[in-house]
Design a protein around this ligand. Structure first.
Ligand code: HEM
Length: 397
């Protein structure tokens, strides 16, 4: 208990230290303009309220008075114009190119690039590497989950051909998208130094081609599995019992389960939620500047208070076209990395981690002993239905 309280306190402290706001900064020496304290606060990773700059554009009444240092002589000044360009409030008109071309300057690109080359790569590598390592350790300690009773030789149909088609379309497209996506993300860092820039460039060219074309197959399969399996994945009270007994994966108990157990429901909903985020942001990236999604998403996240909770800050309510693309890239890749880690664990259970599991998606038929151990309630349902309408009724003589 004490340990738990200490960890919570540590977490709260970490969050408050990293997300701390700079104290009120005195800007009287510069007539209200940015000064050394602002720069130092930013260097110390403190958050600085930029409104003193973003609002100081084009309003003579808030311009620094002529009597102050750096006063603007009462009218609009060059810095005001640059600030307006910098914060996207300048009245720019272009003859072609639309809203994108109206953005003359935007500095969020630097923050985005730093994130893409820094935390996204390192956390991505930790998530994937950590999951693979954890599975290896689990396999060495626990070994595969075996079927306790001898196989009966009698089988029941677990997935129809069309369900297996949807699953394998989803699986093959996801694996192809995952591998090509990883090449695009990590290629410059690992492939170029190892195999040379030319090889990396060639791999990237084909990766992009494959990645941009296969996304549609993934989306189609996502819709198919949603329609086929959503009814079986609604949470119910059998899941509580299943989780309480760690799904029989740890220990020797085999809690009763319907068609999908609690763990599988988590996999299903992860695939649906993360898969939808990946699909939506992917379409936005595929048609640059034409499918803006964050102009709707950000205000909603702000209103619900979720932006503050997750990012510690509100999100821009009217993001610039470039910010749309940056946000789409970050969410696309972040969600894909998390889903890849989840799916690696899923592939482990579906192959080496559980005896007899693969057959369910291979031939679609599972042995009754396996079905009884892992999905006893579902087997009862199937048996009842078979009793009501026998599979192969003997024709009357
Ligand atoms: C080589 C790769 C894969 C193998 C061997 C595999 C194997 C399996 C098996 C055996 C099942 C049925 C489990 C049961 O009968 O209870 C299943 C279900 C499922 N698979 Fe896969 N799968 C693979 C890749 C994927 C990928 C890449 C995705 C999604 C991106 C995915 C999503 C699902 C979902 C949503 C289910 C239903 C829920 C569940 O059983 O967890 N699978 N898979």
């Amino acid at each position: 208990m004490l340990n738990r309280l200490l960890s919570i306190a540590l977490l709260v402290m970490t969050v408050s230290v990293t997300g701390v706001w700079a104290q009120e900064i005195d800007r009287s020496s510069t007539g209200g303009a940015q000064n050394l304290a602002d720069i130092l606060a930013r260097q110390n990773a403190q958050k600085v309220d930029n409104s003193f700059r973003s609002d100081a554009t084009g309003d003579p009444s808030i311009a620094a008075p002529t009597t102050e240092n750096l006063g603007t002589l009462g009218g609009q000044s060059d810095p005001e114009l640059w600030r307006a360009l910098r914060f996207g409030s300048a009245d720019v008109t272009v003859s072609s190119g639309g809203r994108v071309a109206e953005v003359i300057m935007q500095d969020t690109g630097s923050a985005w690039l730093q994130f893409r080359e820094g935390p996204l790569l390192s956390y991505g590598a930790y998530i994937l590497g950590g999951t693979l390592l954890a599975l290896l350790v689990f396999y060495l300690l626990r070994g595969p989950v075996k079927v306790d009773e001898p196989f009966t030789g009698r089988t029941v149909t677990r997935f129809k051909a069309v369900e297996r088609f949807a699953h394998w379309l989803l699986a093959s497209s996801f694996i192809a998208l995952g591998l090509t996506g990883l090449l695009v993300l990590f290629g410059r860092l690992y492939i170029a130094p190892l195999l040379g820039k030319e090889t990396n460039a060639l791999l990237l060219e084909y990766s992009k081609l494959v990645h941009n074309s296969i996304g549609w197959a993934f989306m189609l399969a996502l819709v198919m599995i949603f329609v086929f399996w959503v009814a079986h994945n609604l949470p119910d009270k059998t899941d509580i019992k299943w989780f309480a007994q760690f799904g029989g994966i740890v220990g020797k108990n085999h809690p009763p389960a319907k068609k999908f157990n609690g763990g599988q429901k988590i996999i299903f909903w992860s695939v649906i939620v993360f898969g939808s985020v990946i699909s939506l942001t992917g379409v936005s990236l595929l048609f640059p500047y034409e499918v803006p999604i964050f102009a709707q998403f950000n205000p909603l996240m702000n209103q619900l208070g979720l932006a503050e909770l997750i990012w510690g800050n509100t999100l821009p309510e009217a993001p610039l076209p470039h910010q749309e693309m940056q946000a789409a890239q970050m969410m696309h890749t972040g969600a894909a990395l998390v889903l890849m880690a989840i799916i690696v664990a899923h592939i482990y259970i579906g192959t080496v981690g559980m005896q007899g599991a693969y057959d369910a998606m291979g031939s679609g038929e599972v042995d009754e002993a396996w079905a009884h151990q892992h999905h006893s309630l579902w087997l009862e349902e199937v048996k009842e239905k078979e009793g009501a309408a026998p599979k192969s009724a003997t024709p009357a003589e």
